[in-house]
Design a protein around this ligand. Structure first.
Ligand code: TYM
Length: 372
């Protein structure tokens, strides 16, 4: 089988999501869970209908609590290593839907420490600038300012530190090494850092002085923190284990792997000029055939086509339109260039609107920020 790896800092190769579910010990989101969610939300988000959010831990338990009148909070985050790309928006758009439908509070952690420590080339100043830029993208997605609390680790450390040391005391170096692959050459900041990402799982319970269930929507690359640290520690500190809902990855513009900020050639950034975004899509990895004759005869493969996946996973909400495009492409009627044209137009419209909201976000920035 093709080599691949999924860690919080690297996703590469041909992804096998079934193997990930087995290796990480998560569960698939099944029809029963989808029906239960629909009972509360009225409609299922297209990312649930299309299995983009495909795996979970304790989602049934979160719904049980909710049905017994106990609200949960949402927790997600961003490591500000660069500008935001379309892949980051995927779990955030879904998180906004969950916030709206369940009326949930959202704690949004910006791990400026993590990215500074992890990436030799990044200065503190750059990370601080990216923090601001990334928060504009978050606000632009329409989160409720009354229920959304965005904080960066270095800004909010006075509150986070006591929780982190409670956690850190229970994690041996040997556990950290086996979960995250740390080596003797890893800097000691990185070795402590997982305690900070785990801390937010319990932060609202501490702030509000009662146990509150936590649901984490994110792509599955963040799972080490929950599987390896937070869920083990929770009962020892007297908190609920955090629940997760995992998405797949928006693919790279190139063959294999995910869209990644650390490899800019794989990504469309929210700050890209529209013409640049269009060019990137036109050069993206295609599931089309080598020659026109072959394409007409055998059809294209949307499953591996980056442009089609952007439509399916992020941009085209209309199931009917998407399925028409898919059928036409598979049958060979729709050419790869034509599919890319459709995707490029949609992405440009999406980006234009996002960039407009991003500019407005500057005005309401402070309403979202949690500080010590
Ligand atoms: P970061 O900045 O690497 O990623 C931010 C969020 O985007 C998701 N993600 C993707 N989702 C779909 N397709 C992609 N191509 C793609 N690339 C990244 C990530 O899963 C993540 O949800 N350490 C974290 C920050 C963090 C966090 C959290 C994330 C702190 N607490 C709680 C999720 C939940 C980080 O560096 O994320």
């Amino acid at each position: 089988m093709a080599e691949y790896s999924v860690t919080p800092w690297e996703v590469k190769g041909d992804l096998d999501y079934d193997k990930l579910v087995r290796d990480f010990g998560t569960s698939y989101i099944d029809d029963e869970l989808r029906t239960r969610i629909k009972n509360h939300t009225g409609e299922l988000h297209f990312m649930l209908r299309r299995n983009v959010f495909f795996s979970h831990r304790d989602l049934g338990w979160i719904l049980d609590r909710f049905e017994h009148g106990e609200n949960f909070f949402l927790y997600t985050g961003r490591g500000p290593s660069g500008n935001t790309h379309l892949g980051h928006l995927l779990p955030w758009i879904f998180t906004q839907y969950l916030q709206e439908k369940f009326g949930a509070e959202l704690y949004f952690q910006i791990t400026d420490d993590e990215k500074f420590l992890h990436d030799r080339k990044l200065s503190r100043k750059q990370v601080t600038e990216f923090t601001h830029e990334n928060i504009l993208d978050i606000i632009a997605l329409g989160f409720d300012p009354k229920k959304t609390f965005v904080f960066s680790d270095t800004d909010y450390i006075k509150t986070l530190y006591p929780i982190s040391i409670d956690i850190a005391k229970h994690i041996t170096f040997s556990t950290a090494k086996s979960v995250f692959g740390f080596k003797n050459s890893s800097n000691i900041g990185m070795i402590f850092f997982p305690a900070l990402q785990a801390a937010t799982c319990f932060l609202p319970s501490i702030l509000q002085k009662k146990n509150i269930p936590c649901l984490i929507p994110a792509a599955i690359d963040q799972d080490d923190y929950w599987r390896g640290i937070a869920r083990d520690i929770a009962p020892k500190l007297g908190y609920y284990k955090p629940a997760q809902i995992h998405s797949k990855f928006l693919p790279s513009l190139q063959k294999g792997g995910k869209m990644s900020a650390s490899s800019p050639e794989t990504a469309i950034f929210t700050t890209d000029e529209l013409e640049i975004a269009e060019k990137k899509i036109k050069n993206a990895f295609t599931g089309g055939r080598d020659t026109l004759k072959e394409h007409r005869k055998y059809g294209g493969n949307p499953d591996i086509d980056s442009a089609f996946q952007y439509l399916k996973m992020l941009i085209e909400e209309d199931d009917k339109k998407l399925s028409e495009i898919e059928q036409e492409y598979r049958s060979g009627n729709l050419l790869s260039g034509e599919l890319k044209e459709i995707a490029a137009e949609k992405v440009k419209t999406f980006l234009k609107e996002h960039q407009r909201k991003r500019m407005q976000a500057e005005k309401i920035f402070d309403k979202f920020i949690l500080r010590d």
